[in-house]
Design a protein around this ligand. Structure first.
Ligand code: IVH
Length: 675
C-alpha cells in the first residue's frame, strides 16, 4: 500500500515544525510554544510513522535513540586535525600572546585587533559532520587525528539537530563544539545515582565524556547532555562568512546551538574585561567553564598566523585559577554547627586552590564521608569552586598508605558530650545537647529571646554573642541571673539600657506554654506546632511524658516532629535547663488537656492514615477523626482499629492487611463518622 500524498505531507510538515521548535528551544533558548504542544506534535508524528513505517527517515526527530547497542566504537580519521589550545595563566602571558600575534601580522602596537571571546567549556570536544544538511557522523576528538565514532550517542542529544535548518549551508559541513553536562543535570544525575547506590561522576567533564562513550545509546539518552558549537572544520560546496564571530552566528541560524556568552572584543583590554566579567559570573552560569578562549576574529589573519605544534597561533585559552588540587588529609574532625548538625571536616596540608590557601575542607556529612571513604593519611583532590566552601572531591586510592582506618561518626558530641543521633533516612547527624551544647548556644539563645518566643527586648544578637563568648550565658536559664551591675560593665551598654534590659527580662518570665515550647527551639517545632502541642496537652508535664504515638495524635505532628520532641525531652540536660527556668520564675498558666469528643462515634478507636486521599489532606482527615472522638497514630500495630488508605499507600497497607486491620477509603471513613 502506498501512503497518500496528504499523509506524506503531514509527516513532513510535522517534522519541519518539530525542527523549528527544537531550534527555538535549544539554539535560541526562546521557545514559541508550551512543552505540552511540542509533545503533541511529536506524538502525532510518532503515530503516523508507526502506522506507515515507510515514512520514517533517519533524520526524523523521532529517530534519536537507536534500538540496538553497538558492539564496539568505530574509528574516524579527522580530515582536518582537531587542534588543542595554548594556555595563558596570567595577564602577562596574555599580553605576550597578543604581542606575538601583532608581530606575526606586522601590525604596530596601536592596532586594535578584534578578538572573538568565548567561555572555555568544560566538557568533551565533538565533531559533527552534516552532508546536505543531515547529520551523518559524529566523532570524539581522540588524539586530534583519529577519534571514535559516537554517532549513535550524539543523535540522542536533543540540542544537536539531526537536520540543519534553511538551505544555504555547505554540502559538507563539519561543526565542532563541546558536549557538556549542565551543572543542574550533573547534580540531579549524581543525586539519583547516589540514592540508587550507583557510581557517581567526579565532575561534569567526566560526566560528558563518559556519557558519550556508551555502547548503548539508551544510556546516553538518559544523560542530561547539551552542546555549544565553537568552530567549523570541513566546509565544502558552500560559502561561509570571513570572520569567526559571523560563522558562529551563521551556525546558529542553521539550528546549531552556540554559546550566548560569546562576544567580539577589542585588543588585550577587551579580552581582560571579558575575562573579569565572565569570571565574576562563572558560578552563576548553568555549565562549568575553566577559562575563556580568545580567537583572532578575521579568518584571513588566522590563515596568515597558522599553527605551531598542533595549536593555532591565532587563539589562546586564558585559564581561571585551578579549582582542584591534590593534598594530604592530616586529620578528620567533627564540627558542631549552630543547629546541632555534626559535620565531618578534613584538616589538610595547606594547598593553594581556587585562588586561596585551603587547610580545611568540608566532607558534608557522614554518608558523604563514607561514600568517599576519606581516611587520615589519604591523598585527596580538594576543590574550591568560586566562593563555595572547599570540599574533598575524591580520594586517590592508589596513594593510600598502609594501615589506615575508616572514620566513624562519634557517639557523643565533641563539644558537649550529649548523644549524637541520626534519624532514619537523614544524612545529617545531630547533637541532642540542644540548649546545653556550647556550639548551639548563641543561636538557641537568639531564638529563645526572639519576639515570638520569650520576647526579651534589648537582648540582641551582638549582646548574646558577647555574653556567650565570655561564658556568662550557657543556657537560657542564665539569662534570668544576669544583674544590672554586670550588664552595665559591657561594651556599649550604659546604666539606663542595663536597667531596661533587666526590666524586659523580668517581664518575659510570665509567658504561655505555647511560647515556651516554641522558645525551646526544638527542631521542626515552629510556632503553629508549639501552639498545637500546648493546646493538646495543656501541661508541660504531659508533653514531657507523651509517647511517640501519642504525639502523633496532635494536629500537624507527624512521625518526624514527634521523634524530635521526644528526643528533646529525653535529654536530661534539657530537662535541667527547664527546671532552672521554672526555678527562676518563668511561668505560664497550665490547663487541662484538650477534651477530645468523648461521645463521638469514633471514641475509643485508633486510626492510622496513609496514602493520598481524594479530597482530604492528611491533617483534615486527622481533624475529622479526632473531632469524632477517634485517635490517630503514626504506625500500624495490633492496637490499630482502622487504616484509612488512599492512593499510593505502601508498607502501612501491607502491614494492616497482615494484621487484619479494617481498611477504609475516604468514603468509608465518612460513612463511619456519619453512622
Ligand atoms: S577552539 C583550534 N573554543 O578546549 C581551536 N575550544 O584545549 C580548537 N574548548 O579540545 C578549539 N571551549 O574541547 C575552542 N570556546 C572554545 C572551547 C574549546 C572548550 C576545548 C575543546 C578543545 C580544547 C582545546
Amino acid at each position: 500500500m502506498t501512503v497518500s500524498a496528504a499523509i506524506r505531507d503531514r509527516a513532513e510538515s510535522l517534522r519541519d515544525q518539530i525542527r523549528h521548535h527544537n531550534y527555538r528551544y535549544h539554539a535560541l533558548d526562546d521557545p514559541e510554544i508550551p512543552d505540552a504542544e511540542y509533545d503533541r506534535l511529536m506524538r502525532e508524528l510518532q503515530v503516523l510513522e508507526a502506522e506507515h513505517p515507510e515514512l520514517v527517515s533517519p533524520d526524523s526527530p523521532t529517530q534519536r535513540v537507536g534500538e540496538v547497542p553497538i558492539s564496539a566504537f568505530g574509528t574516524v580519521q579527522h580530515e582536518l586535525p582537531m587542534l588543542s589550545l595554548g594556555n595563558a595563566f596570567s595577564t602577562e602571558e596574555l599580553q605576550e600572546f597578543h604581542r606575538r600575534v601583532l608581530d606575526r601580522l606586522a601590525l604596530d602596537d596601536q592596532a586594535e585587533l578584534i578578538y572573538s571571546a568565548e567561555p572555555k567549556l568544560d566538557g568533551a570536544a565533538v565533531s559533527l559532520l552534516y552532508e546536505d544538511g543531515v547529520l551523518v557522523r559524529a566523532a570524539t576528538r581522540g588524539d586530534g587525528t583519529t577519534g571514535e565514532d559516537i554517532t549513535h550517542n550524539v543523535r540522542t542529544i536533543e540540542a544537536i539537530p539531526l537536520k540543519l535548518l534553511g538551505s544555504r549551508y555547505p554540502a559538507r559541513l563539519e561543526v565542532r563544539g563541546e558536549v557538556f553536562m549542565p551543572k543542574a543535570g550533573f547534580d540531579a544525575y549524581n543525586d539519583k545515582a547516589r540514592a540508587a547506590g550507583e557510581k557517581i561522576f567526579v565532575n561534569p567533564r567526566n560526566a560528558a565524556a563518559g556519557s558519550l562513550r556508551q555502547l548503548d545509546p539508551k544510556l546516553t539518552a538518559e544523560r542530561p547532555l547539551d552542546m555549544y558549537a565553537y568552530s567549523v572544520g570541513i566546509a565544502e560546496g558552500g560559502h561561509l562568512p570571513s570572520r569567526h564571530s559571523e560563522i558562529i552566528d551563521q551556525l546558529q541560524e542553521w539550528g546549531i546551538k552556540v554559546c550566548p556568552e560569546r562576544r567580539v572584543v577589542r585588543g588585550v583590554q577587551g579580552c581582560l574585561d571579558y575575562y573579569e566579567n565572565i569570571g565574576k559570573r562563572r558560578d552563576r552560569l548553568s555549565y562549568e567553564i575553566d577559562g575563556v578562549v580568545y580567537k583572532v576574529d578575521s579568518l584571513d589573519m588566522q590563515e596568515e598566523l597558522g599553527f605551531v605544534s598542533r595549536a593555532p597561533r591565532w587563539a589562546i585559552a586564558h585559564k581561571f585559577p585551578a579549582q582542584e588540587e591534590l593534598t594530604e588529609v592530616e586529620a578528620v574532625e567533627f564540627q558542631v554547627g549552630r543547629t546541632g548538625a555534626v559535620t565531618p571536616v578534613a584538616r589538610l596540608k595547606p594547598v593553594f586552590v581556587g585562588g586561596v590557601t585551603v587547610s580545611n575542607a568540608t566532607l558534608h556529612n557522614i554518608d558523604e564521608l563514607h561514600r568517599k571513604d576519606v581516611r587520615v593519611g589519604d591523598t585527596v583532590i580538594v576543590r574550591r569552586a568560586g566562593d563555595v566552601i572547599p570540599e574533598v572531591a575524591s580520594v586517590i586510592q592508589d596513594r593510600r598508605p598502609k594501615g589506615t582506618r575508616r572514620v566513624q561518626l562519634p557517639k557523643t558530641c565533641p563539644v558537649c558530650g550529649s548523644r549524637v543521633v541520626r534519624e532514619d533516612g537523614e544524612s545529617v547527624a545531630r547533637c541532642t545537647g540542644g540548649l546545653f551544647c556550647a556550639a548551639q548556644r548563641a543561636e538557641a539563645l537568639k531564638h529563645f529571646v526572639s519576639r515570638r518566643a520569650l520576647d526579651i527586648e534589648g537582648l540582641g544578637a551582638k549582646l548574646i554573642e558577647q555574653l556567650v563568648a565570655t561564658g556568662r550565658l550557657k543556657t537560657p536559664a542564665d539569662i534570668f541571673q544576669l544583674t544590672k551591675e554586670e550588664l552595665s560593665q559591657l561594651d556599649r551598654m550604659g546604666e539606663k539600657s542595663a536597667v531596661n534590659l533587666i526590666r524586659s527580662i523580668e517581664a518575659s518570665k510570665s509567658t504561655t506554654l505555647a511560647r515556651f515550647l516554641f522558645a525551646l527551639g526544638i527542631r521542626e517545632v515552629g510556632e503553629a506546632t508549639a501552639a498545637g502541642v500546648a493546646a493538646h496537652y495543656g501541661k508541660l508535664a504531659n508533653v514531657v511524658s507523651a509517647t511517640d504515638e501519642d504525639l502523633q495524635g496532635v494536629t500537624d505532628v507527624g512521625p518526624v516532629v514527634a521523634a524530635r520532641i521526644k528526643a528533646f525531652f529525653e535529654e536530661q540536660h534539657n530537662l535541667d535547663v527547664i527546671a532552672r527556668l521554672q526555678e527562676y520564675g518563668v511561668e505560664w498558666a497550665e490547663s487541662d488537656p484538650e477534651i477530645v469528643a468523648e461521645n463521638g462515634p469514633l471514641r475509643g478507636k485508633t486510626f492510622v492514615i496513609t496514602g493520598v486521599l481524594p479530597n482530604l489532606t492528611r491533617d483534615d482527615a486527622k481533624d475529622l477523626i479526632q473531632n469524632a472522638g477517634g485517635r490517630v497514630t503514626g504506625s500500624v500495630s495490633s492496637k490499630t482499629d482502622y487504616l484509612v488508605a488512599g492512593e499510593k499507600a505502601g508498607s502501612k497497607l501491607i502491614k494492616a492487611e497482615k494484621l487484619k486491620v479494617s481498611i477504609l477509603d475516604e468514603d468509608a471513613l465518612r460513612s463511619l463518622i456519619a453512622s
